[in-house]
Design a protein around this ligand. Structure first.
Ligand code: SF4
Length: 98
């Protein structure tokens, strides 16, 4: 396997671990494409790389405040977040086996 770098993401020095940015560069790209085509952004304009490439389709990403598949999952009885008692309202929501 040949190691490669993502041309859309700036490189960090050795020893620096990058926190997940929800692929912010993809958000910018999706916004620019929608603006170029003079329309509002659609959910399909912006999907994080890991969501798009997950072979098990185990991850969903989208607008929690709209009528989307991700919102339905997020508001289901199976949904939970880590450290809910802290009240931080994290944006990563997990689904238990149900
Ligand atoms: S690929 Fe996934 S884990 Fe990596 S930055 Fe994008 S959203 Fe975060």
């Amino acid at each position: 396997m040949i190691a490669t770098t993502n041309p859309d993401v700036s490189r960090r020095t050795v020893g620096v671990t990058e926190k997940c940015t929800f692929c912010h560069h993809r958000l910018i790209k999706g916004r620019e494409q929608a603006a170029f085509e003079e329309r509002s952004m659609a959910e399909s304009d912006y999907q994080p790389a890991c969501v798009e490439s997950c072979p098990a389709e185990a991850m969903y990403f989208g607008d929690l405040d709209a009528e989307t598949e991700v919102a339905a999952h997020a508001h289901s009885a199976r949904a939970f977040t880590l450290l809910e008692d802290l009240g931080a309202k994290p944006k990563v929501i997990y689904l238990n086996e149900g």
